[in-house]
Design a protein. Structure first.
Lengths: 334, 221
């Protein structure tokens, strides 16, 4: 485990974090802007606060939101900057260059790169430092949708191939759901929740996750294809999702937003919705005057549904009751 | 010798002064660009004073300070046995003070416009503060360094008042080109004054034009 313990007052704001995160995989730090996410990363890197240990001795890789590559060096020079100053050599330059697809960019100058390419170079540079921990501060936030979609597969590869732990700051719950294994929620400079991604996302009582960010991640096995859809098996029931995903591999992540799940007392007969699952109500949590979040147990996994308080009363939704969950839309991480 | 002696001496003086100013001016400019210390305005004012003060005022105080009875001058006499005033070394010291703002200000401007992110990124990539200064700040501030070098060199070449006060007019030692021209004019030797002056005019034009061309190329890039 990595113990993160940082306290830094900044005017009215106080960052006060004391949390343990795993030393493998990607840990997401999620929160609204102003919740202290970037300050936390800067404290970990020693750029702020600090106990006197200079930044360059901490062996922490930092990927900034804006790649800010050194304009006087080529891509190769930028990548090697960290490697030349690394105290240990755990990563091979060729494997990093391959993993991030930089082979034919090496002699280019930074100002000729697209935003996504520049960010890949910045990541490669941070990895070439052979860090003990990589910090990423919203590395996709400055990119448009198309560039982001271009870059995401590289992050998937990092996730699958990299042995260095990563702390990934983001205010985009979709990104976090796709990439992270573990999640720390920040609210007003303090940790609101932390733990396994799937577990934290299924909580109904954390304000930052109760609005449009509410939604869960499920693990499910792709089993077969029909009509351009893939059937996923996750213990108790099937989920259909558009697209043909390779079957017989490891379980894949499915992201289901709470606003895409509705609840029925009886199994709906004629409906366009394909995914109707038998579920047990586990918890009903009012979010505001009009709406509530309901956690549903499906097999040994959870779904969240956003419903109105009026429906909660009308249908008498209480913990322990058996209901049907209708899932309108599923995003698959492939 | 009559023409080239003073010119050569001026060139030597300007070269030595410029080298010293870049070496001591760069750290000073770096500090000024990044500090939030309360004494910064005072230091900045001291550095900039030679721009405002009449060279004779500066020269007068330097003459006292560097003279055999002055604080620095008497120490120098004890150390080396010779006086600082009316010597080439004295001229170098005087020129360094006189041209300091012309070296510090362009470098300070360049350092101030350097985004802090570059340095922070360099540190996180394992570069110490000193390493990041030489590997990131200096190469990204080349324009500031070029301006500092050109301005210090040219400004030292053209100095007159301070040299006259501190250095006097000793051929081969302190008789720089501006003094020589003044001398020639005083003795109505206009032809010699013309020759030296034209060399300086041509030099100033070539240097400044080159600098502007380089600047334009850089800003187009």
């Amino acid at each position: 485990m990595i113990h993160l313990r940082h306290r830094l007052p900044k005017g009215n704001f106080v960052l006060d974090v004391n949390v343990e995160v795993p030393d493998t995989g990607i840990t997401g730090v999620f929160g609204e802007s102003g919740s202290g996410k970037t300050t936390l990363l800067r404290c970990i890197a020693g750029l702020e606060g600090g106990d006197g240990l200079p930044v360059h001795r901490r062996n922490v890789g930092y990927v900034f939101q804006d790649p800010c590559l050194f304009p006087h060096l080529t891509v190769r020079g930028n990548i090697e900057f960290g490697a030349r100053r690394a105290t240990t050599r755990r990563v091979e330059s060729t494997s990093v260059v391959d993993m991030l697809g930089l082979g034919n960019l090496l002699d280019r100058r930074p100002d000729t790169l697209s935003g996504g390419e520049a960010q890949r170079v910045a990541i490669a540079a941070a990895l070439m430092r052979s860090p003990d921990l990589v910090l990423m501060d919203e590395p996709l936030a400055s990119l448009d949708r198309r560039r982001k979609d271009e870059l995401l597969p590289y992050f998937d590869r990092l996730h699958d191939e990299l042995s260095v732990p990563v702390i990934y700051v983001s205010h985009d719950i979709e990104e976090v759901s796709r990439l992270c294994d573990h999640l720390v929620l920040l609210e007003g400079g303090k940790v609101a929740a932390s733990g396994d991604l799937v577990e934290v996302l299924s909580r109904v009582d954390v304000p930052v996750l109760s609005g449009r960010n509410a939604g869960v991640v499920l693990w499910a096995n792709p089993v077969d294809h029909e009509d351009g859809l893939t059937r996923f098996d996750f213990g108790e029931g099937d989920i259909w999702a558009p697209g043909e995903f390779e079957t017989g591999t490891n379980p894949l992540r499915l992201r289901i937003a709470a606003s895409d799940v509705s609840i029925a007392r009886e199994r709906p007969a004629a409906t366009t919705i394909l995914n109707i699952l038998h579920a047990t109500i586990e918890e009903v949590h009012p979010v505001d005057a009009a709406t509530a979040l309901v956690r549903l147990g499906v097999g040994n996994q959870s779904l969240l549904a956003r419903v109105t308080n009026r429906s909660v009363q009308r249908l008498e939704l209480r913990p322990g009751e058996r209901v049907f969950a209708q899932v309108k839309s599923v995003t698959v991480r492939h | 010798m009559n023409l080239f002696g003073p010119l050569w001496l001026s060139a030597q003086l300007a070269l030595v002064t410029t080298i010293i100013l870049v070496i001591i001016g760069a750290p000073l400019a770096w500090w000024l660009a990044r500090t939030s210390s309360r004494v910064k305005p005072a230091i900045q004012a001291v550095v900039a004073m030679p721009i405002v003060l009449p060279p004779t005022v500066l020269g007068f105080y330097l003459l006292i300070l560097l003279g055999p009875n002055g604080a620095v001058g008497s120490w120098w006499v004890q150390l080396t046995g010779s006086a600082l005033t009316f010597s080439f070394t004295g001229l170098v010291i005087a020129s360094c003070i006189y041209s300091l703002p012309f070296a510090v200000q362009p470098m300070q401007n360049a350092f101030e416009s350097l985004p802090k992110k570059y340095l922070e990124r360099a540190w996180t990539l394992g570069a110490s503060r000193l390493d990041a200064f030489f590997s990131i700040a200096v190469p990204l501030s080349v324009r500031g360094f070029v301006s500092a070098i050109v301005l210090s060199f040219a400004h030292t070449l053209g100095e007159f008042g301070v040299v006259l006060m501190v250095g006097g007019n000793i051929p081969g030692e302190t008789r720089v080109v501006s003094i020589a021209i003044y001398d020639h004019v005083e003795t109505l030797n206009y032809a010699a004054a013309h020759r030296m002056s034209l060399v300086l005019v041509a030099f100033a034009f070539v240097v400044l034009a080159t600098m502007f061309v380089i600047n334009r190329r850089w800003s187009e890039r």
